[in-house]
Ligand binder design. Sequence first.
Ligand SMILES: CC(C)(COP(=O)(O)OP(=O)(O)OC[C@H]1O[C@@H](n2cnc3c(N)ncnc32)[C@H](O)[C@@H]1OP(=O)(O)O)[C@@H](O)C(=O)NCCC(=O)NCCS
Length: 174
Amino acid sequence: MTATEVYRFVFKPMGLAQIGRVRAVEQEALAHMERPDLLRRNTEQMWCECLQPPHLCLGAWVGEELAGLGVLYVPERGGCEDLSLILTRLDGRQYASANFKICIVRPCWRGHHLQVELGQRLAAEAKARGIGLLCATASPHNMASVKSLLRLGYCEDSQVEKYGFERTLFYRIN
Ligand SMILES: CC(C)(COP(=O)(O)OP(=O)(O)OC[C@H]1O[C@@H](n2cnc3c(N)ncnc32)[C@H](O)[C@@H]1OP(=O)(O)O)[C@@H](O)C(=O)NCCC(=O)NCCS
């Protein structure tokens, strides 16, 4: 992917060398959570995975500042982590699928629809890879995330339990 600019944000793929920046953004978001069940803390191992191919962690930058990030997680077939497997045979059709797994925007950069901007770019990358189905989960109480997913064209599928919390499973035909 090449870097593109919208307003003052520059969107660039992130790599393993930037794990410290990513975890600092996660840490700050967790410290500002209204409710602890809205966002799960990811393990270092999960972040290492997300920061390496075939997955894509896209950062939204303002100069040297990381404002937010989103992850396209491309599971191996049969992986139990893969909620999208529930949906791979939607309408009797078989889809290659991936998850819009994580999206975090630093509190001071919220209000710019960055989740939508990141989600659109990750969906375009998924499409370029032939991925026809995207899924995502959000707490039904996480209104910023639910609104962003709906704005991105995701549809509600079902309620699932994930990370020990209630989550709404969303999907989008890509
Ligand atoms: C979810 C998150 C990424 C969204 O950040 P963002 O892209 O800056 O979202 P915005 O602030 O632009 O808000 C998006 C929409 O939700 C609305 N919104 C924001 N906070 C809200 C709240 N507490 N209640 C209701 N609506 C809210 C906004 O008004 C906006 O609505 P609009 O589309 O009608 O204009 C950010 O809140 C975040 O990082 N949260 C913590 C991490 C998280 O929960 N990630 C999602 C699960 S991985």
